[in-house]
Design a protein around this ligand. Structure first.
Ligand SMILES: NC(=O)c1ccc[n+]([C@@H]2O[C@H](COP(=O)([O-])OP(=O)(O)OC[C@H]3O[C@@H](n4cnc5c(N)ncnc54)[C@H](OP(=O)(O)O)[C@@H]3O)[C@@H](O)[C@H]2O)c1
Length: 404
């Protein structure tokens, strides 16, 4: 109830503050500004006679971000309601609040993705469980699913979207080219067919497709592997393309002369790894590569004591709970902190109650104050603790920080 009230109040405030709009500066977010975490749920219709009378939704993403006149923030999620190739002129446009259930982060290729994803890589146990829980996640309003070849849940992801009765264009899907077994690489001449395998299992082209880990390419092959991704994108067989667990040297290897830059790097990301990640994050900022964050709850769930952040998160959660009269726990605070960093969060839960709450969290406005965000960041930077140490710690120097 609280979430819904805050959410609707935010929408109303935005609508009042913005008033009626005229038309867009550009379609599909092309040339749009900084990555943001504040897209609103607004659909824009134009009554220009040169445009289609009946808005036609084209494009595949659930949402598109637009840069609007007078603002350098991409603050709209809007369907492209025009016939392809027709640009809105300075016509009479009307903005209509529409809850499409997501907030989005703009990507450098002009598309955008919902900021909160539910993953079926952890927290599920086998095929039936993956199908059941992925379906439940979508039914609870989560509109971004993270999967991978490794998780053996691509078929279940496609099936879950059907079972949930939600059109595919309302669920953003990330998948990944993975390894078969630890220490095994994917031969270059199999990259294309293995990716086609993902598409066949899913039953559609995923909105975002990643190289799961730089180590799946044999030494010296990473750039060539990325070029297969680029070719497949040019052929229309992939949409947005990106990477996961890439260190600075891996990003540099593929960025050198890249036809398409990766739009995202999926990493373990939370306050206890940001000091270590600084060189990666700097490089990503320079190229506008978005972080997708997994292991976000590590400070709470996996650090042996919770470390210095625990009391900070507890205090903020207690205050927000008191202010709202609803339970805001430390996990929600951490997820909102990640969002404040312009990051797409990938979390998971097999617990039906928590899943329901995740559906609400995905729609939450930013409850944290700038002071909360700053305190979490500075406290987190005082230690280094990583859960998935198999990633990112090889040939990437650790900061000189304690782990407690
Ligand atoms: N690219 C990669 O290499 C990579 C690596 C790891 C993960 N991933 C992706 O990221 C997804 C999430 O990964 P993760 O498990 O590391 O995410 P996480 O967000 O750090 O942890 C999720 C776990 O937290 C538990 N949880 C959530 N809220 C809680 C609360 N309030 N109190 C106690 N426990 C709580 C959930 O358990 P319950 O089920 O009990 O709710 C769930 O098992 C994976 O499924 C996968 O899609 C990608």
């Amino acid at each position: 109830m609280f979430f819904k009230t805050v959410f609707m109040a935010t929408l109303l405030a935005v609508a009042i503050a913005q008033g009626p709009r005229t038309c867009y500066k550009g379609l599909n977010g092309v040339g749009a500004g900084p990555i943001n975490d504040c897209c609103q749920f607004i659909n824009t219709f134009c009554n220009d006679a040169s445009l289609t009378q009946t808005p036609v939704r084209i494009g595949d993403a659930t949402s598109r971000c637009f840069n609007l006149p007078g603002g350098d923030r991409c603050d709209f999620i809007a369907y492209n309601t025009y016939n392809q190739g027709v640009s809105p002129s300075n016509a009479n446009c009307k903005t209509v609040l529409e809850d499409i259930g997501s907030k989005c982060i703009l990507l450098l290729d002009g598309t955008s993705m919902p900021w909160f994803a539910w993953g079926n890589g952890t927290g599920v146990n086998g095929s039936d469980d993956a199908l059941q829980k992925t379906t439940l996640a979508i039914q609870n309003g989560i509109n971004h699913i993270d999967t991978a070849q490794l998780y053996k849940a691509e078929r279940e992801t496609g099936e879950a979207i059907k079972r949930a009765g939600v059109p595919k264009d309302q669920v953003y899907v990330t998948s990944k080219l993975s390894w078969d077994a630890d220490d095994q690489t994917v031969p270059l001449n199999e990259v294309r067919s293995r990716i086609e395998g993902s598409l066949e299992r899913l039953g559609f082209i995923p909105d975002l497709y990643l190289i799961h880990n730089p180590f799946i390419a044999a030494p010296g092959d990473l750039k060539k592997m990325w070029q297969v991704f680029e070719d497949l994108k040019d052929e229309g067989k992939l949409k947005s393309i990106g990477v996961s667990n890439f260190r600075p040297q891996d990003l540099e290897a593929i960025l050198d002369g890249a036809k398409h830059k990766p739009v995202a790097n999926q990493l373990e990301f939370h306050p206890y790894v940001i000091a270590h990640l600084e060189p990666v994050l700097e490089l990503q900022k320079k190229h506008r590569i978005v972080t997708q964050s997994y292991g976000t709850l590590t400070p709470l769930l996996r650090h042996p004591t919770g470390g210095p952040l625990k009391p900070v998160l507890t205090n903020i959660a207690t205050r927000l709970s008191k202010e709202s009269g609803e339970l805001i726990d430390e996990a929600i605070v951490l997820l909102l902190w990640a969002r404040s960093q312009g990051v797409v969060v990938v979390s998971t839960s097999g617990n039906p109650q928590r899943l329901k709450r995740y559906g609400e969290v995905a729609r939450l406005p930013q409850l944290l104050t700038p002071a909360d965000i700053e305190l979490i960041t500075t406290t987190g930077r005082t230690i280094h603790f990583r859960n998935y140490s198999e990633h990112m710690e090889k040939e990437f120097p650790l900061p000189n920080l304690p782990s407690q």
